[in-house]
Design a protein around this ligand. Structure first.
Ligand SMILES: [Zn+2]
Length: 58
């Protein structure tokens, strides 16, 4: 599975993977990165995924 987050790989996602990011509250962004926030699984946008990763690494 290459390019799981772009192109035809996201056609099967609801609304092509777009929606509102629960972290930054932006709408119509691609929310396709599954993260665990406070024990709950959520899908966030790319910048938030990177940010959460950076925070978790510290
Ligand atoms: Zn976000």
């Amino acid at each position: 599975m290459s390019k799981a987050h772009r192109g035809s790989g996201i056609r099967s996602e609801v609304n092509h993977g777009r929606g509102q990011c629960p972290v930054c509250k932006r709408t119509e962004v691609k929310v396709m990165y599954e993260v665990t926030i406070e024990g709950q699984k959520a899908k966030v946008c790319k910048p938030c995924n990177a940010h959460l990763k950076a925070v978790a690494a510290n």
